[in-house]
Write a protein that binds this ligand. Structure first.
Ligand code: FES
Length: 106
C-alpha cells in the first residue's frame, strides 16, 4: 500500500492507502471520493478524472502520452506543471506520499 493525500472539491484532505497496480483514478474512486466522475472508466477520453498534482510531486510521475496532453489542454482548468489524468497514472511504490487535488469539471 502507498499513502496518497487526496483533496476534494470542498478543500477537505484525506490520506488514502492506495493499492499498487491500480490507477490513481481507481484508488480515489475506491475510497469514496464522489467528486471524481471518471465517466469513461479510464479510457483517456473524458477528462473527468483530472487532478492537480501538488508541489514537486509532479516530477515523480511518468511523462504524459499525447492523448492525455491533448485532453488536458482542452480543459478550462488546465494547469501546466500540475494537471494530470488520474486514470493514466498507475500507482507504484515511488508514489508514496503523493498529494493531489481533484480538479473542477470543465
Ligand atoms: S476516466 Fe476518462 S479520461 Fe480518465
Amino acid at each position: 500500500m502507498v499513502k496518497i493525500a487526496v483533496t476534494n472539491l470542498a478543500g477537505q484532505t484525506r490520506d488514502i492507502e492506495a493499492e499498487v497496480g491500480l490507477s490513481l483514478m481507481e484508488n480515489i474512486r475506491n475510497n469514496d471520493f464522489d467528486d471524481l466522475a471518471a465517466i469513461c472508466g479510464g479510457c483517456c477520453s473524458c477528462c473527468t478524472c483530472h487532478v492537480f498534482v501538488n508541489g514537486d510531486d509532479y516530477q515523480k510521475l511518468p511523462a504524459m502520452e499525447d492523448d492525455e496532453q491533448y485532453l488536458l489542454e482542452d480543459s478550462e482548468h488546465y494547469q501546466s506543471g500540475a494537471s494530470r489524468l488520474s486514470c493514466q497514472i498507475e500507482v507504484d511504490d515511488s508514489l508514496d506520499g503523493l498529494s493531489v487535488t481533484i480538479a473542477p469539471e470543465a
